[in-house]
Design a protein. Structure first.
Length: 286
């Protein structure tokens, strides 16, 4: 495990030109813990991405909007035999970016009966080594406004172009954090949210805005998203009377179900997939 101070020095020195002051103490700590968790990881396809879809799908790169006047592209995939309007799902990549593994996992989700838009919060960039991924995630964290505009555009594309009657969000790690953030950006528009071990919060004023059901899938050994923060999030949501379902996988670690990476844990990942598809079926497909 790398010393926390060395990780922060490496992270903040020359990564993106963003000043350290643009990151809060909590954000710097989360980034350092993310670096620790992924220090020896690589974006190889995990069994999650290697599992074939249950039905034939078609996928294509689409331009789904603009951010500051620049077109943004993602991967749109739907069942090959789709008829009529399908519920939509915004899929948000891990810290490696929108790579082929995420596209394959998007195809697997689409085969369950959804039009899936895998978004790109990194502007076409991906990483193959942890230091490069840290540069990308730090830039995103220091300047989140373009990503927020990006996700609003993704929602609008599924709503206006694909005519999806209901739209959900789903992401892993970085994408899990932004799945919740998407729900907070569009609290009365998003119909269901799935969070795979993304950073969560317990701010009542913020969480009170949420109107959609939320499924959270977390790991007891996670260094990035400690169990105590998950418990605080769950307690706050319950106190607010929100529809929240949290599952903590004992013995599992951060990234246990990622499309990319070397820490895949089959038992937890397969159970999480079953819970995810059942949740989406209940809240989006019906």
């Amino acid at each position: 495990m790398f010393p926390r101070c060395l990780i922060l020095i490496a992270l903040l020195a020359g990564c993106s030109g963003q000043p350290e002051s643009s990151l809060s103490a909590a954000e710097r700590d989360t980034l350092a813990r993310t670096a620790e968790a992924h220090a020896h990881d690589t974006p190889v396809p995990s069994p999650a991405a290697a599992t074939p879809p249950v039905a034939a799908v078609t996928g294509t790169t689409v331009s789904y909007g603009t951010v500051s006047g620049t077109p943004i592209q993602g991967y749109l995939v739907k069942p090959r035999k789709a008829r009529g309007r399908l519920p939509g799902l915004i899929v948000i990549h891990e810290w490696w970016g929108l790579n082929d593994n995420v596209r394959d996992e998007a195809a697997r989700l689409a085969a369950e009966g959804y039009v899936v838009l895998a978004v790109d919060l990194y502007g076409g960039r991906t990483a193959s080594q942890p230091p490069d991924a840290m540069k990308l995630i730090q830039q995103l964290t220091a300047n989140p406004a373009p990503a927020e505009e990006n996700l609003r555009a993704a929602y609008a594309y599924l709503d206006k172009v694909e005519k999806a009657p209901r739209i959900g969000t789903l992401g892993w790690c970085l994408g899990g954090r932004w799945s919740l953030r998407s729900a907070l950006l569009l609290p009365d528009q998003v119909d269901a949210t799935v969070i795979y071990y993304g950073t969560v919060k317990a701010d009542e004023a913020e969480l009170a805005r949420l109107q959609m059901p939320i499924l959270g899938l977390f790991a007891s050994k996670d260094r990035v998203v400690p169990a105590a923060t998950v418990t605080a999030f769950e307690v706050t949501m319950q106190r607010l009377g929100k529809d929240v379902e949290i599952h903590m996988y004992e013995g599992a670690d951060h990234g246990f179900a990622n499309p990319s990476g070397t820490v895949y844990q089959a038992a937890a990942a397969e159970d999480a997939w079953r819970r995810t598809t059942a949740f989406l079926d209940e809240h989006l497909a019906r």
